[in-house]
Design a protein around this ligand. Structure first.
Ligand code: FAD
Length: 466
């Protein structure tokens, strides 16, 4: 094969998104903190780095969440044990090297009692870059300027100050391992150009990871026989997206297309495949839900999509923000008595007026097998109670990939050492962010992972450069 043009650097970072930019800064800082001159290059497929960051949080970038550091949501990650170890590594590394090796991360502490970290090294990182931020409901953190571009600006400015090279329009097709001890990795670009690097950090995100040829590392590929987990890439599937429902259920959702409701949505699964009547609760999420012609969307649905499987049932409680399920009957009876004091007679449509939108009322009546003018007797109240608190939809799958925020799958965490983010079977190859099989719920948790894992991977990568 004819090799065209060659560029060499010490650390090549594949992907200039969230984890890649954090990684580039951490690598350059670690090296300069140790008084070493190390060249860092970010190889980015598109024409600009950080485009993925600009899309986040509806352009506002929900860049982190308080409930990682306080430990409350540490268990809600896919591969949570690996995530916690990486976070622990980050905190411990910072504590050890505070003020010495790692500039700008001065306040880290070891992992706290609940497994949480106080203060938060990710927040320290951004504050060290000069990012002012504010916190909204449920611990969600946004830049004070309310624009994702501000987050990207501080990252790019620091990377530029540290001399990180941005190589845009450089889609990496394959990473080849060193052919002998002390040799370099080869990064083959799609246009035939290639780069050589002492160490490589894979930060290409979840969508691209399956398209880049990576060495398995099982036999080292570099002449070194290794008896550790080979580099395994799991198939990636989209999560954190809307849920598609069966045709039967869509008859209902179509009539409510584009209507938002505050509710609690519970996901149920048949206990055993042969008896679909026995349902067990998988998880429940309160929040705002959006009915769509194909099913349902909204943050609470996105979070449920991380657990949902075809054949599951969604049960929607439209009363839950007002009254918990257990008090629903009492509430509905009190409402009936209150309205009966106003009207001589009470029909079902009048009972629902003021409680839900007219279009929702129409659908609920149909679902309950009632007509507008039906009297609200006890049997009708039973049926309306069920419709209001247990509106059922059948799930057939997660929405299209471009409707989803994250990919589950990618590089198996079993192939990586959480203390360094280095591939066990391939020394010198590191990975971070969504390229690895870790994901969290909506609310800043995925970016938190991207930054934290990028920082750990590149601090280790910089130390590995000889
Ligand atoms: C619409 C949307 C909104 C979101 N909002 C939020 C939010 O508010 N909060 C939150 O926590 N998470 C959010 N997420 C998820 C979050 O954006 C990701 O989890 C995070 O960006 C992952 O970081 P990463 O570095 O792993 O990948 P990315 O940020 O996706 O970066 C990967 C980079 O690698 C580049 N690349 C890909 N292939 C190659 C290749 N072959 N060679 C070179 N470069 C390559 C890509 O162009 C990209 O720049 C959102 C996601 C989406 C889609």
């Amino acid at each position: 094969m004819i090799r065209r043009m060659e560029t060499t650097c010490d650390i090549a970072i594949v992907g200039g998104g969230a984890s890649g930019l954090a990684a580039a800064i951490a690598a350059a800082r670690t090296a300069s903190g140790a008084g070493r001159s190390v060249s860092v290059a970010v190889l980015e497929a598109s024409e600009r780095v950080g485009r993925s960051i600009l899309k986040t949080g509806n352009g506002r970038c929900n860049f982190s969440n308080e409930h990682v550091a306080d430990g409350r949501m540490l268990f809600d990650y896919h591969n949570a044990a690996f995530f916690r170890e990486v976070l622990g590594t980050l905190c411990n590394q910072n504590a050890v090297s505070a003020g010495t090796e790692v500039e700008g991360l001065p306040d880290a502490r070891i992992v706290g009692e609940q497994g949480g970290t106080r203060p938060d090294p990710v927040l320290d990182f951004f504050e060290g870059l000069g990012l002012e931020w504010r916190q909204e409901a449920e611990g969600r953190r946004y830049p004070l300027a309310n624009k994702a571009s501000v987050v990207l600006d501080v990252l790019r400015a620091e990377a530029a100050r540290l001399g990180v090279k941005e190589a845009c329009g450089c889609p990496v097709r394959a990473v080849e391992p060193p052919r002998e001890e002390g040799a370099l990795f080869t990064l083959c670009l799609e246009d035939g150009v290639f780069w050589r690097a002492k160490v490589v950090v894979v930060a290409c995100g979840g969508e691209a990871i399956g398209r880049i040829e990576l060495p398995s590392g099982a036999s080292g590929g570099n002449g070194l026989e290794v008896d550790v987990a080979p580099l395994v890439a799991l198939p990636a599937s989209p999560v954190l997206g809307p849920l598609r429902c069966s045709d039967e259920s869509c008859r209902l959702t179509r009539e409510l297309d584009n209507i938002r409701v505050r509710c609690t949505v519970s996901l149920f699964r048949p206990q055993d495949a042969s008896d679909s009547r026995e349902l067990v609760l998988v998880r429940a999420e309160p929040g705002e839900m959006l009915f769509r012609a194909y099913g349902v969307s909204g943050i609470c649905v996105f979070d449920l999509s991380r657990a949902a499987q075809p054949g599951d049932t969604l049960s929607i409680d439209l009363l839950d923000p007002l009254v918990p399920r257990i008090q629903a009957r009492g509430y509905l009876e009190r409402r009936r008595d209150q309205l009966l004091a106003l009207y001589d007679s009470l029909d079902c449509a009048r009972f629902l007026r003021g409680l839900v939108l007219p279009r929702v009322a129409d659908v609920l009546l149909k679902y309950a097998g009632l007509q507008d003018g039906d009297a609200l007797d006890d049997a009708a109240l039973d049926s309306l109670e069920s419709a209001l608190t247990m509106l059922s939809l059948e799930v057939v799958g997660v929405g299209a990939p471009d409707q989803c925020q994250v990919r589950r799958g990618g590089l198996s965490v079993a192939s990586f050492d959480p203390a360094t983010m280095e591939a066990c079977a391939l020394p010198g190859l590191f990975a971070c962010g969504e390229a690895l099989d870790v994901d969290g719920p909506c609310g800043g948790y995925n970016l938190h992972w991207a930054w934290a894992s990028g920082l750990v991977a590149s601090m280790s990568a910089a130390r590995a450069v000889r």
